[in-house]
Design a protein around this ligand. Sequence first.
Ligand code: MEV
Length: 357
Amino acid sequence: MIVDGKDKLVPMATEESSVVAAVCNAAKQCRNTGGFYTYTSEPIMIGQIQLINVLNPMITKQIILENEEDIKSICNEVDPLLVKLGGGFRGMEVKVLDNGYEYNVIVHILVNTRDAMGANAVNSMVEALSPVLEKWTDTKANMRILSNLADKRLSMARATWNTDEIGGEEVRDAMLSAFRFADSDPYRAATHNKGIMNGISAVILATGNDTRAIEAGAHAYACRTGRYRSLSSWSVDKDGNLCGSLELPMAVGLIGGATKVHPTAQQNLEILNIESADELARITCAVGLAQNFAAMKALVTTGIQKGHMSLHAKNIVAMAGATTDEIDKVTELLIQGGKIRIDVAEEILASLRNTSM
Ligand code: MEV
């Protein structure tokens, strides 16, 4: 796919082969309009501390706010290397939370984690800070952990598909209607966003990043208006072409975790040919948008099963007992017949073996 003017080969790891095919198709169909254009914010992660046993929440809040400079030093002392690389403490938010049972004071520390996903850095910081906050405010720090709703670390991708290229106005308008369905109905939105995550999680896994963190952040972000909605948005430009955009939290890293040590993740990063987590976030977001385009297009035209089952046919043929030499021939005949079922694969296999005897 073309991302920000560069041709990118993107490794993906998924059990659903049609996801890879779908992304390839979507990327091919927008090459003539320049491919995908992307954006990422600063890599700011949020660490949360829950203070309980609070006597006066407003006084507790104020004491914490008064001490921001010391809080900054405590956090930065935990990870001097991160600070040296240009990251570290960037600010904080303090809120009073009435959870219906008691008042808590919730402290968010905002940390620029540079090329790391940042869980280790942030968790170490909130753990170091907690006893100090307890002492200053005479409260108890109950929970001290990173938030996966990384809504200060957002990535965006956009692309335009020429209406003629995608099959005309009827297809375009059907896709727009599919988007509006997803954006207004959570049952559809869950599946629509699952499709987006099909692409995203595959890149995240291939690069040794934390798929669950990205999934959690994405779905929580999809609820940010108070209703679960589409993560992508679709419209028509002034020339009548289909435009899509996608925005979601993208807490990915190139250092730390499995990314740095797992040989496959390392190899995949080499294939991607990137130098920063920022680039990985951008490309991953573009893949999510491509996947969403392909799923919507398939769903409003041929349906999802045709492409899906053709790709799945090989698995079915293997399950029917075909040997390595037989798989390609049986798969071809199975797809030709249009009934991608194990009983049909067994019949084809048996008749092929009979004729070659
Ligand atoms: C299947 O893995 C993903 C889709 O259901 C996504 C969608 O419905 O948009 C095809």
